[in-house]
Design a protein around this ligand. Structure first.
Ligand code: NDP
Ligand code: 8X3
Length: 248
């Protein structure tokens, strides 16, 4: 298989790349940080192709895709993993620029990549789009405002893809994890405040990038007649809270 992963320079994406390459698949590893991609490519060898690309920039996506060598063009699996949360402030205090960046990355970037690679999949009658959603798209929490909304978009976009792709042989899946440690997610969310980031996982046994990679690999290697629509996963230590009621 040829697998195209966005956001492979860290976290889930890097671990997915390792998993697919270890099983003999070709993997395009993309992201903005060239040094990270080059280091991962050096680790993984010829089955990994590093491509510098910013999903928030249509021109960057088009340029990256146009640079793919002929033997890498027939992408079987697109994993729209690049994404981020910025901040945990309440909606009335959050910087608008953070909201714009989350929407540009988690929504616009994801649909731009999908629109670019989907027609060839439909033409061939096979292919798989795996989108990284989140439990934040299923349940509200304070400070989750736009991040959660972008992931709810991922949820519905994936289901609507399924509706349009019926009968084409092309599959689509939303993978929605909960608390997952060992990635740069919280370091990015807290804008480099690594102490605040570490606190998120204190006293927990969170999911790991390996758990997510194993799940994604399982989905991608199912027989072609099976489509996982949505898979939501949490660490056992994570649960739900009662409704918050502010009493006078
Ligand atoms: P990381 O921060 O570790 O990795 C994010 C990846 O996305 C990096 O490789 C980064 O690469 C890339 N990325 C960010 N912005 C862009 C951009 N504009 N263009 C291209 N690549 C970009 O996070 P995780 O691995 O934890 O998260 C991966 C996905 O999973 C995200 O969509 C996240 O929302 C989702 N998720 C994470 C959870 C968690 O708890 N960790 C739980 C649920 C969902 P670079 O900076 O080099 O561009
Ligand atoms: C990441 C999970 O709960 O931090 O999508 O929003 S959470």
């Amino acid at each position: 298989m040829i697998v195209f992963i966005t956001g492979a320079s860290a976290g889930f994406g890097a671990e997915m790349a390792r998993t697919f390459v270890n099983h003999g698949h070709q993997v395009v590893i993309s992201g903005r940080r060239k040094d990270r991609l080059d280091a991962l490519a050096a680790e993984l060898g010829d089955l990994a192709l590093p491509i510098v690309m910013d999903v928030t920039c249509k021109e960057s996506i088009n340029e990256a895709l146009s640079m793919l060598p002929q033997s890498w063009r027939q992408v079987d699996v697109l994993i729209n993993n690049a994404g981020l949360a910025l901040g945990t402030q309440p909606a009335h205090e959050a910087p608008l620029a953070d909201w714009e960046t989350m929407i540009a990355t988690n929504c616009t970037g994801l649909v731009t990549m999908t629109r670019a690679l989907l027609p060839a999949m439909v033409e061939r009658g096979s292919g798989l789009i795996i989108n990284l959603g989140s439990v934040a798209g299923h349940y509200p929490y304070p400070g989750g405002n736009v991040y959660g909304a972008t992931k709810a978009f991922v949820d519905q976009f994936t289901l609507n893809l399924r509706a349009d792709l019926a009968g084409t042989g092309v599959r689509a899946t939303n993978v929605a994890p909960g608390l997952c440690g060992g990635t740069e997610f919280s370091n990015v969310r807290f804008k480099g405040d690594d102490a605040a980031a570490a606190k998120v996982y204190e006293g927990t046994v969170p999911l790991t990038a390996k758990d997510i990679a194993a799940t994604v690999f399982w989905i991608a290697t199912l027989p072609p007649h099976i489509n996982i629509n949505t898979i939501e996963m949490m660490p056992t230590c994570q649960g739900f809270s009662p409704f918050a009621i502010k009493r006078t």
